[in-house]
Design a protein around this ligand. Structure first.
Ligand code: SF4
Length: 379
């Protein structure tokens, strides 16, 4: 397959692993955060961590859109479906995220709520057209990748003057989360995890470009290498980070030149800024309140804003007491540090959000990595 097989070649991967081992200075330790859940998934699925030298550690970041959605936001959606009788639609992964009182969207559906899984924001709009007598709410989540399609459907709803459609907007911003990881007081409280550089997200960067990361490189002296999601992309990015650290450089480099430019997709950025504006603060699961890290719908489109239409008030809800998702999303703990991992908490019965989506650190390790933790004993 063109552009797939070339980036999964085992021989080339072994060669890259050797170069990383040769160039990584044995006199120091390297800690690189892959911000994006897509990279976490690739690292677990292709066993990349096992190919790296022991003094180079990859740290999972908070870049899984389902994982960072706090309980309070799922509760709002459930209440709309159960108490206000709306047709609530959202992406499949969100359906199983644990909410309050042992509920999830899936369990609320079992109790009779009209909750539907859609593949795109456009599907939600179609449902609104088909059910003119019902309120249809689209629970919108995700980083900069999924934001433009939501903006487009809001614009389309306005163009059609649809009276029964609205969006519960939970779109979040990557650069603000990275800044927060680097400097928030909570990070110091959790215990700081040393970070020597970042692997920058692939899909997000197609939209926003490489430019927004230049601030981290300059301000915090942290190198960033934007990488694709194939195993060789990730390994090449790690090698580029090692070289930057060795040379004392802190720059933004782009490994994913086949899709990412410095300025990104200007048409997508324009539609997003037409429909959305910054929230002054937004709660992330694991990161707490993060200033200017999410979007809300502009007043010009407020009739399509579910928070305004239904007078919703946000209430923060703490996670399950034993769930370590918060520390895992900050990179301070690993999935196996959680007592519930693989016993009480599994992908079939997730206790926390990191076990729900295949991009979550706990689900990725459960699916691809947990048997590697078991020592091999000779028969
Ligand atoms: S294993 Fe489950 S309960 Fe533990 S941190 Fe991961 S998602 Fe949370």
């Amino acid at each position: 397959m063109k552009y797939i097989d070339e980036f999964r070649d085992g021989e080339v991967a072994r060669g890259l692993a050797q170069r990383i081992a040769d160039e990584a200075d044995t006199g120091r330790r390297y800690h690189f955060m892959e911000f994006c859940g897509g990279h976490t998934h690739a690292i677990s699925r292709y066993g990349i961590a096992e190919l790296l030298p022991a003094h180079l550690r990859m740290i999972h970041g908070p870049g899984c859109p389902v994982c960072v959605l706090p309980i309070g936001r799922i509760d709002q959606a459930i209440a709309l479906a159960l108490e206000r009788g709306v047709i609530l639609c959202t992406y499949g992964d969100v359906m199983r995220v644990p909410a309050s009182e042992t509920l999830s969207l899936m369990r609320a559906k079992a109790r009779g709520a009209d909750i539907r899984m859609v593949y795109s924001a456009a599907d939600a709009l179609k449902l609104a057209r088909e059910h003119a007598d019902r309120e249809v709410v689209f629970l919108a989540i995700g980083f900069e990748t999924t934001t433009p399609p939501t903006a487009l459907v809001i614009r389309q709803a306005q163009a059609e003057q649809l009276a029964n459609f609205s969006v519960l907007c939970n779109h979040v911003l990557t650069p603000s989360a990275i800044t927060h990881i680097l400097e928030s007081p909570e990070v110091r409280q959790y215990g700081t995890v040393p970070i020597d550089g970042f692997i920058g997200p692939a899909h997000v960067s197609i939209v926003i470009g490489a430019r927004p990361y230049e601030h981290f490189a300059q301000e915090y002296r942290k190198p960033v290498v934007i990488a694709g999601f194939e195993p060789l992309d990730v390994m090449q990015a790690i090698l580029m980070l090692v070289r930057q650290v060795n040379a004392g450089r802190a720059e933004v480099e782009n490994e994913f030149t086949r899709a990412v430019t410095r300025d990104g997709n200007l048409a997508a950025q324009a539609v997003v800024s037409q429909v959305f504006e910054l929230r002054s603060s937004f709660e992330w699961r694991g990161l707490g309140e993060v200033p200017y890290s999410a979007l809300k719908i502009r007043p010009a489109f407020e009739r399509y804003d579910a928070e305004k239409r239904f007078g919703l008030v946000y209430k923060s809800v703490p996670d399950h007491k034993q769930c370590q998702c918060g520390a895992i999303l900050r990179g301070v703990k690993r999935p196996t540090d959680c007592k519930l991992f693989g016993t009480v908490c599994t992908p079939e019965n997730p206790m926390g959000s990191c076990m729900v989506s295949s991009e979550g650190a706990c689900a990725a390790h459960y699916t691809y990595g947990r048997f590697r933790d078991i020592p091999v004993v000779a028969a």
